[in-house]
Design a protein around this ligand. Structure first.
Ligand code: GTP
Ligand code: SPV
Ligand code: MN
Length: 586
């Protein structure tokens, strides 16, 4: 008798007709073979899937070029499938499950002809955590298979763990013909199933990440009473050696990776990294605990440098875990090192992310703006000793924050948990290159989850409100904005390592050490209470950073009203009340 997972793999094999099925075990030896296949056999757009980089300065590193039309998540081709549209909500593209399958079956039929099919067993979360999930992804891409080894606990023990049960999460993936006309990422939350075809990139293809750990997991969390969130997790050690754990929701390409590797500019403070993208959180003894279900960073390359993120730069050169990948970066052809905008001085002989010679006066950037590195968390020197603790870490504060040139102050504390849910629900942000669409447009992105909440966000807000009811001492919730600019478009706040000054204020608030002034938006810091020592930030600039501009807020409130109204009856009344109160007070 075939086990349920064997039966599923056999069905997929019959559908996709690969020339060979490879059951992956997750070992380093196997990863070498997969990279070898990527160098010698598999091609994307006529380029080998992997080319070797400088093994002295970037040990164990390889370069990957994706198809030029396949460089970011494609939100307009991403669907959640339920029998009814209301469960998906206005925040998702929706299709009926049967219709979605009918549409995709022809795209999967024979799609692996002449190609290898990889079966990847992996765990999201520590295997001993009661919140971890056994998963299997099937893919026809060696790049995806190798990336999954970095990003997840990929191991054959997962198959033993699943055994005869059908309680595991399934992802079927094929790069198809990489034609955007035949690209779809379909989620079937009620079946714990994802079908993805036509893309080999990031969140579209590494199904453990956004598809399983956010869209499907958020649905499971809603049903089971926990939260799957687009959040970084950090531990902040204070001068007395006490560590406070904080979870931070910032939208795609808006600072999670940088925050979780922050190198403090305040003496005595140190940040420990637990995660840069996803947090699973639950309640235990009336407190919130969190784990990062991933084991790697799929981080934005441009802008990463020894100045902005020295810890990541060291991790990329550490060569501990095999391998490290660079996707759609430029290459210094003299040294075979990866290069991207903002890294350091510009080398003489570069080729851009598509392989063309590149000079500083070229019209287009050398690295794609969404070029990324894939690197193991174990390469990082400041990985928290709690990273592998299956019990997770207790969360003292939750940060949410968008990328906003105007309107939103540097930091605002909510009046309480419920009001914090309002701050999260009304959050807006400027779009970035992480998804294929126009960049720099303000859109609502509640809790940085708009593209990732696998069900109706009206229900999601209610779920957050409900969670608060069972907490004795809920974490404090703060809204931040590192991206406010002056009249000349220059950032008012230095950001990066200097963000520790805001984090310190947050911890001081948690510990009741400093006061705050009440405003219509929430509680804001007094100038004297943020440690600005060694930073040239005068009172005038601080006022610009924390200013509440009436005209901007009138516009903002109209946008929030419109957004809230799209949820109809699903929007909790409490959020309407908060908005009304805000409008009156502004
Ligand atoms: P995803 O991986 O897409 O979820 O993104 P992320 O939230 O991890 O974003 P990341 O930390 O990679 O930052 C993306 C971009 O924001 C980079 O270009 C950074 O240089 C920039 N950035 C990050 N933190 C700051 C900051 O404090 N201030 C400013 N001005 N820019 C920042
Ligand atoms: C994001 O877009 O939020 C990412 C990159 O973290 S991806 O894995 O492509 O979703
Ligand atoms: Mn992300």
């Amino acid at each position: 008798m075939l086990k349920p997972y064997e039966k599923w793999v056999e069905e997929v094999e019959r559908l996709c007709k690969p020339k060979e099925v490879i059951w992956c075990e997750g070992s380093e030896e196997e990863a070498h073979k997969l990279v070898e296949i990527g160098i010698k056999e598999e091609k994307i757009n006529n380029y080998p899937v992997f080319t070797e980089l400088n093994q002295k300065t970037f040990p164990k590193s390889y370069h990957h070029r994706s198809h030029p039309n396949d460089v970011a998540r494609t939100e307009h081709l991403t669907y959640v499938c339920y029998p009814d549209k209301e469960t998906a909500g206005p925040n998702n593209n929706w299709m009926k499950p049967e219709e979605a399958k009918e549409k995709l079956l022809p795209l999967f039929r024979n799609c692996m002809n002449g190609r290898k099919m990889y079966v990847i067993p992996f765990m999201m979360g520590h295997p001993e955590s009661k919140f971890s999930k056994p998963c299997i992804q099937i893919t026809d891409s060696a790049y995806v298979a190798v990336s999954m080894r970095i990003m997840t606990r990929m191991n054959k023990y997962v198959l033993d763990k699943i055994g005869n049960s059908d309680d595991f999460l399934k992802g079927l993936h094929s790069i198809g013909d990489l034609n955007p006309e035949r690209r779809f990422i379909m989620h079937f939350p009620e079946e714990s199933l994802v079908w993805s075809v036509g893309s080999g990139y990031g969140g579209n293809a590494l199904l453990g990440k956004k598809c399983i750990s956010l869209r499907i997991a958020s649905y499971l969390g809603w049903k089971e009473g926990w939260l799957a969130e687009h959040m970084a997790i950090i531990g902040i050690e204070d001068p007395e050696g006490k560590i406070h754990y904080i979870a931070a929701a910032l939208p795609s390409a808006s600072g999670k990776t940088n925050l979780c590797m922050l190198e403090s500019t305040l003496p005595g403070y140190k940040v420990w990294t637990l995660g840069d993208d996803i947090a699973w959180m639950w309640i235990e003894n009336e407190r919130v605990y969190a784990i990062n279900p991933e084991t790697g960073f799929f981080g934005v390359a441009p802008g990463t440098s020894m100045k902005t993120n020295p810890r990541m730069m060291k991790a990329l050169r550490a060569g501990k875990f095999y391998p490290t990948l660079f996707t759609n970066t430029g290459i210094n052809i003299d040294t075979k090192e990866p290069w991207w905008e903002g890294m350091e001085e510009i080398p003489q002989n570069l080729i851009d992310w598509q392989g063309n010679p590149w000079k500083p006066d070229s019209e287009k950037p050398c690295a794609h703006p969404n070029a990324r590195f894939t690197v193991s968390v174990y390469n990082l020197e400041t990985l928290s000793p709690e990273f592998d603790n299956p019990k997770g870490v207790p969360i003292s504060a939750i940060i949410i924050g968008g990328r906003r040139r105007t309107t939103i102050p540097l930091v605002t504390e909510s009046f309480d948990w419920k009001h914090g849910v309002f701050l999260g629900a009304r959050m807006g942000t400027e779009t970035t290159a992480a998804a294929e669409k126009k960049v720099g447009i303000v859109r609502r992105d509640p809790f940085a989850m708009l593209p990732f909440c696998g069900y109706n966000m009206g229900d999601y807000f209610q779920h957050w409100l409900n969670i608060g009811k069972s907490l004795k001492n809920p974490p404090k919730i703060f809204l931040v904005n590192w991206f406010r600019t002056d009249e000349n478009g220059r950032y008012l706040w230095p950001g990066f390592g200097e963000n520790i000054r805001v984090l310190k204020w947050i911890i001081d608030r948690v510990n009741g050490k400093v006061g705050a002034r009440e405003t219509p938006l929430g509680l804001m810091p007094y100038y004297e209470d943020i440690d600005f020592s060694g930073l040239n930030l005068n009172r005038e600039n601080f006022e610009k950073l924390t200013q509440i501009n009436k005209d901007e807020w009138k516009k903002e409130i109209e946008e929030i009203k419109f957004f809230f109204s799209t949820f109809g009856k699903k929007l909790p009344d409490f959020l309407w009340k908060c908005l009304k109160k805000l409008e009156e007070e502004i």
